[in-house]
Ligand binder design. Structure first.
Ligand code: ADE
Length: 299
């Protein structure tokens, strides 16, 4: 499978209209061009992603490419699992992708909710078993999913806490492959996308030259775990988007160690992910090994 995205969509994933229901009143999330709703498919709880009515054709194409990426990737414990897709109404501009439903929603909201109850000093929710261990476990799970992605030569392109989902066991699942690109080799590619850029998560070289690579995913991983250990703060909270931001990064501007992170994790992991030179950033495999040997405590 050297060019998996060039291959046709596989019919075995097709779910016919009579085998699914969409709960139109239960919106789980929505983006510039897509909406995610709760549904049932083949008797399972699912999240259903569709393109908003009237959206440009290119968005339908992006959704189809996301389906193909999910099929190509196959199963991994820390990637959202594909249940199927419905492409029979494609000519009417309609397509749906069904993925496993993650009961606890996205990691960013989960962290923020926890932060609020933590600061209030209340003991509601599962505060008792929400410890530094949980934060380390998420960092390990995300690095494991990302190492798998790199092995499959797929770059995510939009790794962030908002794109991590939690199932009922609070296992982290990487989602939203809308910006993903498959790399036939480790050559850089240029992004041709009109969406607002997630600049707070973007590597120096992505901001300055629109270069995306496995190394720019590593940068975004550093920002994502910064979000985890800050319990859902906005990265670079005091900054606004302008060209000086890139210059500041080049001059060495980085975020400080977040409240919940051990200082050693900040220096060996986060700061290493944010090295100016993409090639000198560690691999996901190396990051996972550091996290597992130093931070994986008895569960
Ligand atoms: N929001 C977006 N995708 C979701 C999913 N798979 N499960 C729950 N909430 C979601």
């Amino acid at each position: 499978a050297s060019r998996p995205f060039a291959q046709p969509y596989r019919q075995e994933y097709e779910i016919p209209n009579w085998q699914f229901q969409i709960d139109n009143d239960n919106i789980l999330g929505s983006g510039a061009f897509s909406v995610v709703k709760k549904g049932l498919a083949k008797g399972k709880e699912v999240a259903v992603k569709t393109v908003k009515p009237g959206a440009d054709k290119s968005y339908l194409k992006a959704l189809l490419s996301e389906i193909k990426i999910l099929i190509y990737l196959g199963k991994h414990d820390n990637l959202i699992a594909l249940v199927g897709a419905c492409t029979s109404d494609l000519r009417k501009g309609i397509a749906c992708v069904f993925v496993e439903f993650c009961e606890l929603g996205d990691l960013l909201h989960y962290l923020q909710k926890y932060r609020e109850s933590f600061l209030r000093g209340s003991s509601e929710d599962s505060l008792d078993d929400f410890s530094a261990n949980t934060l380390h476990r998420w960092a390990i799970e995300i690095s494991s999913g990302m190492a798998y992605l790199t092995e499959k030569k797929v770059i995510h392109g939009d790794l962030a806490a908002r794109n991590i989902l939690l199932n009922r066991n609070r296992t982290a699942k990487i989602t939203d492959f809308g910006l993903s690109r498959q790399l036939y080799s480790y050559t850089m590619y240029m992004k041709q996308n009109q969406e607002p850029l997630p600049w707070r998560w973007m590597a120096i070289e992505s901001l300055s030259d629109l270069k995306f690579s496995p190394q720019s995913d590593i940068w975004a991983f550093g920002v994502t775990i910064w979000e985890i250990y800050s319990l859902g703060q906005v990265p670079f909270p005091a900054m606004n988007w302008d060209v000086d931001f890139v210059q500041s990064l080049q001059d060495g501007l980085r975020m400080p160690c977040p409240d919940m992170a051990p200082n050693e994790l900040y220096t060996t992991i986060m700061m290493a992910c944010w090295r100016n030179d993409p090639e000198s950033r560690p691999s996901f495999e190396a990051l996972g090994n550091i996290l597992m040997t130093r931070y994986k405590l008895a569960q």
